[in-house]
Design a protein around this ligand. Structure first.
Ligand SMILES: NC(=O)c1ccc[n+]([C@@H]2O[C@H](COP(=O)([O-])OP(=O)(O)OC[C@H]3O[C@@H](n4cnc5c(N)ncnc54)[C@H](OP(=O)(O)O)[C@@H]3O)[C@@H](O)[C@H]2O)c1
Length: 333
């Protein structure tokens, strides 16, 4: 396709597009899908702008910009959505909820939520609610989950990469866990991460169910979850000790055999996962597909727990209360 002659007439938003998976997704989109305006949305303005520069170096005609978004602040998410809706953008057809972190310190968002759950689930839940009425059909929403959502009992050890099983009771408990006094914070933090990735699946499937019953929003809006596979080299380990972050960011990507040994899982290069996510987000090959868990380039079954409709309902309703969704902000019953 010729970038110079292709009109830019659709917008795709990628949360957390400054590094790791989101960056490689944006880069692939810019290089291969010239009709799209790409918005990468993360906290660090300078990192976002550097990512844009780097993508423009490879694809000078890319239509791409970076906007500041902090999913750890409900006020910021609301301000971001309002500003986005006010702008004269090509129609927004795709929202990729990719940003994520894995806190192994006992941390809280400005709203008082445990940070991993607050950012990975609650921030995206609110953003999705606010943007839903502004998506233009055919629209796609992708929630980036992870193989860590499996439990060992599912036989999903290969996807888990040695991470602890998720542990979920209620959204209230996940948002406001008691302070960790003397516990194994590394284990607890990693378990909170697995749990947040299971929440991404409950959110995905509940959204699909509610969209199917909705009569107001334009159709189709498809919603899928994505597992990029194990990708050493991203910024995901930045809350770990300097030695562990260095291993994750600099050593393991160069020595896949070591990554295999440490995580008991096959690593996937970031550009490969980025290309897979970009295709899931915009490629005609995935048109009309909804309610799937896509691992790499293939739809596969997610864990039995992820299909628990009772928990998904509780998560949705409790999240609505936790983010204080107003009647005017509720796009779906
Ligand atoms: N790496 C893996 O092996 C792996 C495996 C399975 C799934 N995943 C999933 O892939 C997704 C991307 O992770 P990654 O590995 O690519 O990590 P990463 O390199 O650290 O990327 C995370 C992105 O999220 C942004 N971010 C973090 N906190 C944010 C916040 N509060 N508000 C807005 N943006 C925020 C970061 O930018 P700022 O810090 O500037 O905000 C960054 O752009 C995550 O959902 C992760 O769970 C990763």
């Amino acid at each position: 396709m010729n970038h110079l002659t292709t009109a830019v007439n659709k917008t795709v938003i990628i949360t957390g597009g400054s590094t790791g998976l989101g960056f490689h997704t944006a880069r692939h989109l810019a290089a291969h899908y010239p009709g799209w305006h790409i918005i990468i949305a993360n906290r660090s303005v300078s990192a976002g702008q550097e990512a844009v520069q780097s993508i423009r170096q490879q694809t000078p005609t890319a239509s791409i910009e970076a906007l500041a978004l902090d999913l750890g602040s409900l006020a910021h998410v609301r301000a971001f959505a309002a500003a986005l809706i006010d702008r004269k953008l090509p129609p927004i057809h795709v929202l990729i909820c990719n940003a994520g972190l894995q806190m192994v310190t006992d941390s809280r968002t400005v709203d008082g939520f445990e940070t991993t759950f607050g950012v990975n689930h609650l921030g995206h839940y609110l953003l999705t609610q606010l943007l839903l009425p502004h998506l233009v059909a055919p629209a796609r929403i992708i929630n980036v989950s992870s193989g860590t959502h499996f439990s060992s009992a599912d036989g999903g050890a290969a996807e888990k990469g040695g991470m602890p099983d998720p542990a979920y009771t209620t959204a209230q408990a996940a948002a406001f866990p008691p302070p960790v006094n003397g516990g194994d914070m590394q284990f607890i933090g990693r378990q909170r991460y697995s749990t947040s990735k299971l929440a991404n699946l409950w959110h995905t499937y509940e959204l699909v169910r509610r969209l199917a019953k909705d009569t107001h929003l334009p159709r189709p809006i498809t919603v899928n979850a994505f597992d990029p596979g194990l990708m050493p080299g991203t910024g995901l380990a930045r809350d770990y000790s300097p030695v562990m972050s260095w291993m994750w960011e600099s050593v393991l990507p160069r020595i896949p055999a070591l990554a295999r040994l440490v995580f008991r899982a096959e690593p996937t290069p970031m550009p490969v996962s980025g290309a897979n996510l970009a295709r899931l987000a915009v490629d005609p090959a995935w048109e009309g597909v909804t309610g799937q868990y896509v691992q790499g380039a293939q739809a596969v079954p997610s864990s039995p727990a992820s299909h628990d409709e009772r928990v998904a309902y509780e998560l949705w309703e409790s999240s609505k209360a936790l983010v204080k969704l107003t009647p005017g902000e509720m796009a779906l019953a």
